[in-house]
Design a protein around this ligand. Sequence first.
Ligand SMILES: [Zn+2]
Length: 291
Amino acid sequence: MKTLERIGFIALAMTLLAACGQQEPTKTETSQDSTKEETPKSETKPSARPAHWGYTGDEGPANWGNLDPVYNMCAHGTHQSPIDIEKSDVVAGTDFTLNYGSHPAFHVAHNEHMDEIIDNGHTIQVSVEEGSETTINGKTYALKQFHFHTPSEHTVDGMHFPMEMHLVHQSDDESLAVVSVLFEEGETPNANFDKIIAHIPNQKGDSKHVTDTELNINTVVPSEQPAYHYSGSLTTPPCSEDVQWLVMKNTISLTPEQIGAFAAKIAENNRPVQPLNDRVVNADEIDFETE
Ligand SMILES: [Zn+2]
């Protein structure tokens, strides 16, 4: 029954999206170009590659679950991300450590489909070699990449932030943990982010391998690190669950120009918040007791 209700809702959502599409013929810069580039000229068989997805129209978040059977969890998962974090409902009880180091080289990609742990085709993504990790409740996850969403995907007491960074980690058994950092606008430019901004490729699909700049991950996360913890999903297809999320309570401040440098390249790439359902949001104990 639940499934039928959901299908009904999705059909309604599709109708609404179609209606919106008709009223708005001006196409913003989307990633539709890459749909074409993936189609082999004389190929008649369907591609093994999962369906293209985006943030607007028929390819938008409300329809992800219908675009490809492997995206089923986007429509039917019950532990999805992002969520709205209601501070008054947070319960103490998470233990975590961030052990971030310095990386002598990194890789910046703009809107590239990565065949790595996440096919994250709609963002600025920085990949690093081994050397940084996080431990959550005794389990260790190695940092693989971090990327950006404008505006934020998570909300706190219903409030969006202008940008959110996801540091994606993977454990030896291939389970995932994401550390999320929320950004606020401030007056002082953040020199650490200028290192990344300076290397953002101009063209979609381009990437740069940077070897002349040391990137210390500790400088791109808040120095004091209390966080909210919950179990969720990837916020992009295939929306796989059992992803451990740490959303940092403290924000990082960037100037409007710095945030604009990311936003200009990635546009709006935030999935709407998903129902919490039966989940509980925990918080780092020390910070929780001081509130
Ligand atoms: Zn993300």
